[in-house]
Ligand binder design. Structure first.
Ligand code: AMP
Ligand code: GLY
Length: 430
């Protein structure tokens, strides 16, 4: 099987790596990819937002399966363009990707499907917003209706700040605050059926202890030893299957990864958000412990035939991923800082250095070849496999110590908490 992965980040590197380790996958291609993926796969300079260019590339290389990583091309209809050429695609149509593209739409689908989630109101005027804030009370949760690259949500005790965010966004969803540890559950969906992956947890804030601004994610781990053993199946039964049925009724069957962001509340798991793709870095440790082949799973889902493959199986092991970010992240990022130690870290047993925002630059001394430099906010992720979470954590940090670049930022408490992080609430204490 020939696979094409679309995107540039750590999620795409981890997916491409897992596919390359599947004996049924003969060749892996990526577009545009990154230097880490380029070490084992062919890279193609194609704009991931251009559906017809992506479809042309898929045809040219004879792809049997196209996996689209990020939300923007999915919401923009790139999966439809590729599927239109008769090629199997893992990733939802534009119509189904609205589950992430519009918070109001996802709330409407959850209500119709009877999915447990925070009570909410969609508001377009300051008066409506003020009334909704007072109805739900503090802490206030205000979400931009549109895709906002992780910056659309404000959780605060300050009513004025909540009102200000609502006014700046225009159309917002205001909802009830959900208290409890957050969990990411990835469901592999074929339009009608779903298989769950093992739950993971993501550390969203930039600083230790859940302090500072939200990021795309500073680290993650899986499994969650403290979570109920039947959590994944509960979420399939109460959230994923009703949502797939509702999307089918609406003529927009969901094929791809339904990423369910949950709060484990005293009243059971409730949905914080849906995303239409794998989460990053949350998916990275999950793929490290996945034992059954990824290619067959994604290919079966893309063809609407999940009934033909086994439920995903996981090793009796754990994985921890620690993100290395550049100076200035998350407000900005620093480009061009020289990175050292990646080879040494990658050489550590059971460690993979995943590239998220790196580039190759011609070195001043041409003898040395190209040098690896920073090219984004989240630069690398160091992922380790271990016997349990503590072992994987120790290995990940030992390997991360080997890597350096100017302004490197990383948290020191990834996967250190035995009972799961509650970062949304932590920020309210500041
Ligand atoms: P999102 O961009 O939807 O993932 O939201 C970003 C973060 O805001 C989440 O990871 C939570 O920590 C927090 N959050 C969002 N919605 C809620 C809610 N209803 N109750 C509590 N925290 C929330
Ligand atoms: N790690 C959060 C996300 O991918 O949205």
């Amino acid at each position: 099987m020939t696979c094409l992965v679309i995107g540039t980040g750590g999620r795409e590197h981890a997916l491409a790596l897992a596919l390359s380790r599947d004996p049924a996958v003969g060749a892996v291609h990526a577009a545009p990819g990154n230097p880490g993926i380029g070490a084992f796969a062919a890279l193609h300079a194609v704009d991931p937002m251009d559906g017809s260019d992506v479809a042309d590339l898929a045809q040219r290389i004879g792809a049997d399966l196209v996996v689209i990583g990020p939300e923007a091309p999915l919401v923009g209809g790139v999966a439809d363009a590729v599927r239109g050429r008769g090629i199997a695609v893992f990733g939802p149509s534009a119509a189904a990707a609205r589950l992430e593209g519009s918070k109001a739409f996802s709330k409407e689908v959850m209500a119709a499907a009877g999915v447990p989630t925070a009570g909410s109101r969609t508001c377009t005027t300051p008066e409506e917003a003020a009334a909704a804030l007072d109805a739900f009370g503090a802490p206030y949760v205000v979400k931009d209706d549109a895709l906002a690259a992780g910056k659309g949500v404000v959780v605060t005790n300050d009513r004025a700040e909540a009102l200000e965010h609502a006014a700046a966004c225009g159309r917002v969803v205001i909802e009830e605050f959900l208290a409890g540890p957050e969990v990411s559950l990835f469901a592999i969906c074929d339009g009608e059926r779903a298989h769950p992956l093992q739950p993971a947890q993501d550390f969203k804030r930039i600083f230790d202890g859940g302090r500072g601004p939200n990021t795309g994610g500073m680290g993650s781990y899986s499994p969650l030893p403290w979570a109920p053993a039947d959590l994944a199946q509960t979420v399939i039964d109460t959230v994923v299957q009703p949502t797939l049925d509702e999307m089918g009724r609406r003529g927009a069957p969901f094929v791809g990864c339904l990423y369910v962001g949950l709060a484990l509340t005293v009243a059971g798991p409730k949905v914080i958000e849906f995303n239409c793709r794998f989460g990053d870095p949350d998916i990275q440790p999950v793929l490290a412990v996945l034992e059954s082949p990824l290619g067959a799973l994604l290919h079966a889902a893309a063809r609407g035939r999940l009934d033909e493959v086994e439920q995903p199986r996981f090793r009796d092991a754990a994985s921890v991923t620690v993100v290395l970010a550049s100076a200035g992240y998350p407000e900005g990022s620093s480009k061009g800082d020289v990175i050292t130690g990646v080879g040494a870290a990658n050489g550590v047993t059971d460690v993979d250095v995943i590239h998220a925002g790196t580039a190759l630059r011609d070195a001043p001394d041409s003898e040395a070849g190209a040098e690896l430099v920073t090219a984004g906010g989240r630069v690398l992720a160091v992922r380790a496999l271990g016997y349990d979470v503590a072992d994987a954590r120790a290995r990940a940090y030992a390997a991360a110590e080997l890597i350096s670049f100017d302004g490197l930022q990383r948290r020191s408490d990834i996967a250190a908490e035995p009972l799961g992080v509650v970062e949304g609430a932590a920020v309210l204490d500041e």
